[in-house]
Design a protein around this ligand. Structure first.
Ligand code: OSB
Ligand code: MG
Length: 372
């Protein structure tokens, strides 16, 4: 197949409620949609999920845009594409910049599936239609409000709660939630806010039967995470650290974690994500699907991928109304008994809502072979 045209929508969607992590406050989600058009007029959709601040990882929306337009699009259009698995190899001359790569790589997978008249999940093995999901809850200093928020999510049916923590805001909120919800599937996410000196403090989390503790230490740290995992009963889960299969192998070899939060954009796309799933299965590492406050496009991709039965642990894939007032797709995802349904259409299975895009987005053409 040949990519003849590439368009983008730069979108900002206001969040229903601001989301606080140890990095700061997110009040709206800015992202780019990428639309690839082939020689037959089929369209593949991808989402560039990078945040505006380089706090979660190095990439930002702006740096990723430069990488996409200046370095990746030329590689994408230079030769015909026979299979989407070729793309990660073709992009490997560009170092890092996984989210930029993923925005195009996943769009190529969507386009390929549509050309084959297939849903994307048909390219994965052992899939199902309903995906158990959880919710990630931001830092909320008023513990009664926090509890109210969590009770609301539990009532809606979410099957797992992830609580964002940071130094000075950890044991107390966790103890408070545990007291009210003794059997809730609960975990915490430190988003790199702790250091090796906090190990004795973090050991106190062992008493709360948490499913796991996500990313307490720095994004490039494997050694201190390994020390912590040895000092803990609770599983450590790595998020920011994991950009590739190699990172998983390193974490496994060092014993830095027992669980992997897999985000397709953070590992450069579907091809690398599939390799990681396979490795985790071989090594019996618990792998589950994370989120980046995606719009319906990235969320549809996540659901297609999470349709693989290995994803038994509820993902950070919530209904659209946990994040936004309206979504950029025509049928936004709703919660059905604690699960989201994998869309059954071709490719990622969703259609763009043009009215919403016109209101919140700005269109630009990045490449046009025939100047059509
Ligand atoms: O660490 O997983 C994270 C959101 C922003 C930045 C980092 C993270 C998160 C989430 C969001 O936890 C999960 C979601 O998309 O629902
Ligand atoms: Mg995380």
């Amino acid at each position: 197949m040949e990519i003849c045209r590439i368009d983008t929508y730069r979108v900002r969607l206001p969040l229903r409620t601001p989301f606080e992590t140890s990095y700061g406050l997110l009040t709206e989600k800015a992202f780019d949609l990428l639309i690839l058009t082939d020689e037959l007029g089929n369209q593949g959709l991808g989402e560039l999920v990078a945040f505006e601040q380089p706090d979660y990882i190095e990439e930002t929306l702006e740096t990723a845009r430069i990488i996409v337009t200046k370095h990746l699009i030329p590689l994408l259009i230079q030769d015909e594409i026979l299979h989407p698995e070729e793309i990660s190899e073709r992009f490997s001359v560009v170092k890092g910049n996984e989210m930029a790569k993923s925005s195009l790589e996943t769009a190529v997978w969507d386009l390929y599936a549509k050309r084959q008249n297939q849903s994307l999940k048909t390219f994965f093995t052992d899939t199902r239609k309903m995906i158990p999901v959880g919710v990630s809850v931001g830092i909320q200093r008023d513990l009664d409000l926090l509890l109210e928020q969590i009770a609301e999510y539990v009532n809606q049916g979410y099957q797992r709660v992830k609580l964002k923590i940071k130094p000075g805001y950890d044991l107390k909120p966790v103890a408070y939630i545990r007291q009210q919800f003794p059997r809730l599937e609960l975990m915490v996410d430190g988003n790199s806010a702790y250091t090796v000196d906090d190990i004795p403090h973090l050991q106190k989390l062992d008493q709360f039967q948490l499913a796991m503790i996500e990313q307490p230490f720095a994004a490039n740290d494997f050694l201190d995470h390994s020390l912590l995992q040895q000092a803990l009963q609770t599983k450590i889960c790595l998020d920011e650290n994991i950009r590739s299969l190699k990172d998983c192998q390193l974490a496994y070899a060092l014993g830095s974690c027992q669980s992997i939060n897999l985000k397709i954009p953070r590992v450069g796309g579907i091809t690398e994500a599939l390799r990681i799933v396979q490795f985790c299965q071989e090594k019996e590492l618990l792998v589950w699907l994370g989120g980046m406050f995606e719009s319906g496009i990235g969320r549809a991709l996540n659901l297609q991928f999470a349709s693989q039965k290995v994803f038994t642990f509820p993902g950070d894939i919530s209904a659209y109304n946990r994040y936004f007032y309206e979504d950029v797709i025509t049928e936004p995802f709703e919660l059905e008994k604690g699960s989201l349904r994998v869309p059954s259409g071709l490719g990622i299975g969703v259609k763009l809502n043009q009215a919403v895009l016109n209101q919140w987005g700005q269109r630009e053409t990045l490449y046009n072979k025939n100047k059509i």
